[in-house]
Every structure is written in C-alpha cells, then in structure tokens.
Design a protein around this ligand. Structure first.
Ligand code: HEC
Length: 120
C-alpha cells in the first residue's frame, strides 16, 4: 500500500512537471513574438538589416497616415514580415520604382528563413 501511494505521488509529480514544462514552451513562443515592444530585448542582426532597409526604402510611402501597411515601427515590420516578403521577393512589386537589388532581397530571405522574429 505504501509503495502504491508513493508511486502515485511520483506519477503525479511527473505529470505536473510535464504539464508545466509544456505550458512554458507555449509561453516562450508567444513572448518571442512580442519582443519588439519589450525594451529589454535587443533586436537581432538579421532583423536590424531588414528594418533599416525598410526604413530607407519603404517608409517614405508606408508611414502613419500614408499608404497601408504602415511600416514605420519595428513591431509593424515584424508583424508584416509575410507581406514584405511577398511584395519584395516573391512578386517583386515593391518598391514601385523597381525591384530591390538581389543583395537587399537576400537580407529579407535570410531573416525570413531564420524565423522572422525581432530577436533574429
Ligand atoms: C513610392 C511609394 C512607395 C514605396 C517607396 C513603397 N511602396 Fe509599397 N505600396 C505603395 C502603394 C501606392 C501601394 C498600394 C497600391 C499597390 O499595391 O500598388 C503599396 C502597396 C504595398 C503593400 C500591400 C500590397 C500587397 O499586395 O500586400 C505592401 C506589403 C507594400 N507596399 C510594401 C512595401 C515595401 C516593403 C516597400 C519597400 C521595399 C514599399 N512597399 C515601398 C507605395 C510605395
């Protein structure tokens, strides 16, 4: 009886541990997408290259009150990664003056392939 009780207790411990560690995994994913608004987080090298490219070549039109989407913030660049990749690399319709250089397109591809997060 004593053995049964302690093995039950151990199972309960294991189950709780598994539950807690799975839960933490999920929270990690959610938080890493919000890093752009967390001043304690440092932007990743690949993100920074894409962000300065967008600030230089896109925000003259895509800013607050300008053409949608507004790309005038780091969080918006992170959130619109898919649209940016589509119009600059896949369809090459932006900027309107002509496609980005293959070097610039590669910077976007590198960041997207690495997971397109603020800290990447
Ligand atoms: C000279 C102004 C101008 C510049 C510079 C510019 N855009 Fe645009 N963009 C537009 C206009 C106007 C539209 C809406 C009409 C259209 O789709 O052509 C648009 C549409 C878009 C859209 C939405 C269309 C879709 O299919 O989802 C995205 C995303 C976009 N631009 C991203 C960018 C990025 C990224 C850059 C920088 C590499 C950029 N744009 C540079 C004017 C500009």
């Amino acid at each position: 009886m004593k053995i049964l009780k302690s093995s039950l207790a151990i199972s309960l411990c294991i189950a709780t541990f598994l539950f807690v560690s799975c839960k933490n995994d999920k929270e990690d994913i959610i938080y890493s997408n919000q890093d752009c608004s967390d001043s304690t987080k440092t932007p990743g090298a690949k993100f920074q290259l894409v962000d300065s490219l967008v600030q230089k070549k896109c925000v003259s039109c895509h800013s607050d009150g300008g053409t949608s989407p507004n790309l005038d913030s780091k969080c918006n660049v992170v959130n619109y990664w898919q649209s940016i990749n589509k119009v600059c690399v896949t369809n090459q319709t932006m900027p309107p003056s002509g496609p980005l250089s293959s070097n610039d397109q590669q910077l976007i591809t590198n960041w997207v392939n690495d997971g397109h997060l603020f800290t990447h």
